[in-house]
Design a protein around this ligand. Structure first.
Ligand code: GLY
Length: 380
């Protein structure tokens, strides 16, 4: 494992090696204020259209615009309402129309400046305007910096479900400014951290151990935070390189997500009750417990996951979700919607222990049902 950088002024660079579609991720403090330099190096005469949300625009929009202007780049801004409802057809139409109204051409650059919603929406818009224009991800949440801005998944929700309309569309560059994370709420920061811990649990036991020892420093900022984000991006870049279009091993990135998505669906995506990263945290505990139940690992793996996530203040149990408890049928229906059921079997990410996850395509629905029933009884 790469040792953490020692100076908090360092910028880490990671290559997502996808041949002609490859790109660099830069990670460090102050990158929003330097974005103009990076973008003019990439596309010297480009005009820029910033797609952001009202919160990020109010906090950091002027810094980005000033940086672009200092680098001699013209910019326009489209700001959408914050939150998941913006990830739909009406806002997509507004964004596409705004990009065209600003006269953007294929050689110009769309800057997706915000969290996961903005990144997914703006990346999709960039992929369809004029059959595709360049775009740069400037993620401003921890979750977006370690997951959604890297790997090219873009899209919107349909009234029939989340992320059902979209494209694989790789950005030309990712600028992850670790200092903007200081403006996140503790809850948002913790929720993003669940995805950081996920990389350790997938296949990097040393990284999980490092997080157990260093999580407080990661939350504090500086070199440890940058290292955690860089290690997560390195891990994601390797998975995406091996299976860009998710025909097989990229599914490992869904560790904890099958249970987590079912919990999110059971609260009707009410972020007051449960945000995505919290669902993933409980889901990762469940994936380890379920793997133990199927005799793939001992009980100590789940115990260690619970101990760590509790230390950082993430939920690990169903009864920590406020409001009415989900029913068994709600959870099973949501899992069946989320994953293809084939002859009564489900695809799940299971594990043989910390950092030893694998894709299983033959988990009997009956086993999932029995496990969930036991969980629901235990949380009564
Ligand atoms: N967030 C999962 C993936 O990018 O495949």
């Amino acid at each position: 494992m790469v040792a953490p950088a020692t100076s908090s002024n360092d910028i880490e660079k990671i290559r997502v090696d996808l041949g002609k579609r490859g790109y660099d991720i830069f990670i460090g403090d102050g990158l929003v204020a330097q974005a103009g330099t990076y973008i003019s190096d990439l596309q010297p005469d480009a005009r820029c259209i910033i797609v952001t949300d009202d919160n990020v625009n109010a906090l950091h929009g002027d810094t980005l615009r000033q940086s672009l202007s200092d680098a001699g780049l013209e910019s326009h801004t489209i700001s959408v309402a914050p939150g998941e409802p913006s990830k739909g057809f009406p806002t997509l139409e507004t964004v596409v129309d705004g990009v065209l109204a600003a006269g953007m051409e294929r050689g110009d650059v769309l800057l997706a400046f915000g969290g996961g919603v903005v990144g997914d929406l703006a990346g999709f818009a960039a992929g369809i305007v004029r059959r595709g224009m360049g775009f740069v991800q400037i993620p401003t949440s921890l979750l977006a910096q370690v997951d959604s801005s890297v790997g090219g998944k873009t899209g919107i929700n349909s009234p029939r479900g989340k992320n059902l309309v979209g494209l694989f569309n790789q950005p030309s560059l990712v600028l992850a400014d670790t200092s903007v994370l200081d403006t996140l709420s503790d809850r948002e920061m913790r929720a993003g951290y669940a995805e950081v811990a996920k990389y350790g649990l997938i296949d990097q036991p040393d990284f999980f151990h490092w997080l157990e020892d260093n999580h407080e420093a990661v939350f504090a900022g500086g070199a440890a935070r940058r290292h955690a984000i860089a290690q997560s991006c390195r891990s994601k870049a390797a998975v995406v390189k091996a299976d860009e279009l998710e025909n097989g091993s990229r599914a490992l990135l869904n560790l904890g997500h099958t249970f987590g998505h079912a919990l999110e669906a059971s609260v009707a995506y009410d972020s007051e009750r449960l945000v995505h990263g919290e669902g993933v945290a409980i889901g990762m505990v469940m994936a380890h417990e379920f793997s133990n139940r199927l005799n793939h690992c001992g009980p100590e793996a789940a115990e260690r996951v619970i101990a760590h996530l509790e230390k950082v203040g993430l939920p690990t149990r169903l009864d920590q979700i406020p409001g009415p408890k989900p029913t068994l049928d709600q959870l099973i229906d949501a899992i069946a919607q989320d994953k293809k059921v084939s002859r009564g079997a489900l695809t799940f990410i299971l594990t043989e222990g910390i950092g030893k996850s694998f894709v299983s395509k033959d988990v009997p629905v009956s086993q999932v049902r029995d496990y969930l029933q036991q969980k629901l009884n235990a949380s009564a």
